[in-house]
Write a protein that binds this ligand. Structure first.
Ligand code: MG
Ligand code: ZN
Length: 221
């Protein structure tokens, strides 16, 4: 029997909103808008687009951005129960996020520890915010430019006896969804799965996710 391994997105999946977009809406000049559209339309790589958007923000905003996010970010319903559920059922839970360490780490802290957290890193040492990408694309990634390359991480962590579950909401999850055995999707990722004929199960809360996984647990695939 195969063993489930979960790869869960952060922004718009664990949190109800995308934190990068929240930051840009509140703090960036309107120049961020075409960059955002280019990323969603796959006209610019995620890696380059995220760098370009953060380069619009002076590092002096750091404290304001942090307190704004921690104040307004909401964790999706059922997440704490879901984390316990994975522990009880011995299912590894990896957080794979195109988000940035300075908000991903503190928001997840109360719920951890996790099998691991993969995300991008921030550098506040210059004039504007710089983003570093320690989890880049491997040679097999057909996308190249993911930023935090979810398919590369999945390839690294999945064995021949694992069934990979990808939970996500948007374009940064698409390459991972193509590789996953089970896709649990909401929002824009649903549209992309429909468009590309990738089988998926829809979710809104983590209670839905647990119901979907219950049906998979103990089932020979
Ligand atoms: Mg997301
Ligand atoms: Zn990649």
């Amino acid at each position: 029997m195969k063993k489930l391994v979960i790869f869960c997105d952060f922004d718009g999946t664990i949190t109800t909103q995308d934190n990068i977009i929240s930051i840009m809406k509140k703090f960036a000049p309107p120049e961020y808008l075409p960059i955002k559209e280019n990323i969603l339309g796959q006209k610019q790589s995620i890696r380059e687009g995220v760098s370009d958007m953060f380069a619009l923000l002076p590092v002096s905003l750091k404290e304001q951005i942090n307190s704004y996010l921690l104040e307004q970010a909401q964790i999706r319903e059922g997440f704490a129960e879901f984390v316990s559920y994975t522990k009880v059922n011995n299912i590894p839970l990896y957080i794979v996020s195109g988000g940035i360490d300075f908000f991903v780490q503190p928001m997840l802290e109360p719920f951890g520890p996790f099998s691991d957290i993969y995300c991008n890193e921030s550098d506040f040492s210059g004039d504007s915010i710089r983003i570093n990408f320690p989890h880049g694309c491997d040679e097999q990634c057909t996308n190249q430019g993911c930023g935090c390359c979810k398919p590369s991480i999945i390839r690294k962590l999945q064995g021949s006896d694992t069934l990979s579950v990808v939970i996500g909401d948007s374009i940064t999850d698409l390459e991972a969804a193509k590789l996953a055995d089970i896709v649990i999707a909401r929002d824009f990722l649903i549209e992309k799965c429909e468009e590309l004929n990738i089988p998926y199960e829809p979710f809104e809360s983590f209670h839905d996710v647990m119901h979907i996984l219950d049906a998979k647990l103990g089932v020979e695939v």
